[in-house]
Design a protein around this ligand. Structure first.
Ligand SMILES: [Zn+2]
Length: 410
């Protein structure tokens, strides 16, 4: 009787089988196995050793059960009146959605069969039919994009109080969440004084000189809208490699271009969404918020570097990334932690100061190995020359495809 009550309280039947870390693909669970080895044979892959190599599957049940209850709601928690909305999945199907592919299938089946609950629906406990938090924010982002493209371009930051958001997040809340997460994940970082490249088409008989003015961004009065900048506000686009810079602009031979090599001044801060941290395990309770943040930012980073078709309406497609850029350029402030080790101070002190960030690094849509960087306009009345300097400039001719490919493959 006592044993049965136990089972019900924890929600699963005891499991006596043993599993080795190789049969568990999820890094967090595999670590749990490695830390709790009790026998020298795995019941799943049948591996045997002189050493202890396998742990009782029971030790995996607590984190698995916690993850299931975080991402899914069991049938038993749903009142009969809510059942009309019920789209349940079996436990194994629910686990399939959580486990990384490649885990031993027999282990998954054994774990699934151990649960007393047999039907689950996606969503958090008590909030039937809701989505995982990162998906929820993705829906909010999609709604944000749709609204600023089709309803309100300029006053969305101060929406009227009767505005209803399907996702539950207003556009400004979406931006604030992105801002909070990029800080927490350490995506704002100092920019080193690495070389950056910028290419401009140049006909062979052009007379303009290879100067900062000509190879830098166009002046505001002729600036067209781009992926990150609105029409009339010039941003400085560059690439972290020469090949990426060329690939971004090259349409086909014959072509003649000028390429400028620039160096940023020291002390700049950038938001780097080009390489995000790996996604933590769904079973690690302490990293859940981080997991949701990374999953969302992965989608977001993909959206802002996706190739945009030039149909004449591409400026509409650029509006969301332009708004995000302006948010990071003008609204977001990064709290930089400074350790004061001044000799006059009795002991080391820590202070914070808020700083604006200077630009954004994102993956190139045309080359997998390169990143693009965009610098936001410098403070009022300053020029981009206060942010970067031109260190080298060259003219390159590509009369044929092989001449271009030679350059790209070297
Ligand atoms: Zn095994």
């Amino acid at each position: 009787m006592g044993y049965q009550r136990d089972q019900q309280a924890r929600g699963w039947k005891g499991l006596n089988s043993h599993v080795c870390a190789n049969c568990v693909d999820d890094e967090y669970l595999a670590r749990l196995v490695s830390e709790n080895l009790t026998v020298n044979k795995c019941d799943y892959c049948a591996n045997q050793s002189q050493q202890l190599i396998a742990a009782c599957v029971e030790i995996l049940m607590v984190p698995i059960s916690n993850a299931l209850l975080y991402y899914f709601t069991p049938r038993s928690e749903i009142s009969d009146t809510d059942l009309s909305e019920w789209f349940g999945v079996a436990t194994e199907e629910a686990l399939n959605q959580l486990f990384p592919i490649g885990s031993h299938p027999a282990l998954r089946t054994a774990v699934a069969e151990a649960f007393l609950e047999t039907s689950w629906t996606k969503g958090r406990p008590g909030r039937l039919m809701e989505l995982e938090p990162h998906v929820e924010l993705q829906v909010a982002w999609d709604e944000f994009v749709e609204r600023i493209k089709t309803q309100s371009r300029y006053f969305f930051l101060t929406p009227s109080s009767d505005e209803i958001y399907l996702s539950g997040f207003s556009p400004v809340e979406v931006l604030e969440k992105i801002g909070k997460w990029v800080t927490q994940l350490g995506l704002v970082r100092p920019l080193g004084q690495q070389e950056l490249f910028r290419v401009r088409e140049r006909s062979p008989d052009a007379a303009w000189g290879l100067t900062f003015k000509e190879l830098g961004p166009p002046p505001n009065d002729i600036a067209v809208g781009g992926r990150m900048n609105p029409v009339g506000i010039s941003y400085f686009y560059a690439a972290t490699t020469r090949k990426t810079a060329l690939a971004e602009i090259f349409r086909g031979p014959p072509a003649s271009v000028a390429i400028g090599t620039f160096r940023p001044r020291s002390g700049l801060l950038v938001l780097d969404v080009s390489s995000l941290p790996s996604v933590p395990s769904p079973f690690d309770e302490n990293s859940r918020e981080q997991r949701d943040a990374i999953l969302f930012l992965q989608e977001f980073a993909k959206t802002i570097s996706r190739p945009v078709e030039k149909t004449g309406r591409e400026h509409i497609d650029y509006v969301p990334s332009q708004i995000v850029s302006e948010y990071f350029a003008k609204v977001f402030s990064f709290k930089e932690v400074k350790v004061n080790s001044d000799i006059d101070l009795p002991r080391e002190g820590v202070s914070t100061r808020s700083r604006r960030i200077n630009g954004l690094i994102y993956r190139s849509a045309v080359r997998d190995d390169g990143e693009n960087i965009v610098f936001f306009p410098p403070p009022w009345h300053e020029e981009f020359e206060s942010v970067l300097s031109l260190v080298d400039a060259q003219v390159l001719q590509f009369p044929t495809w092989p001449s271009f490919l030679n350059e790209m493959c070297n």
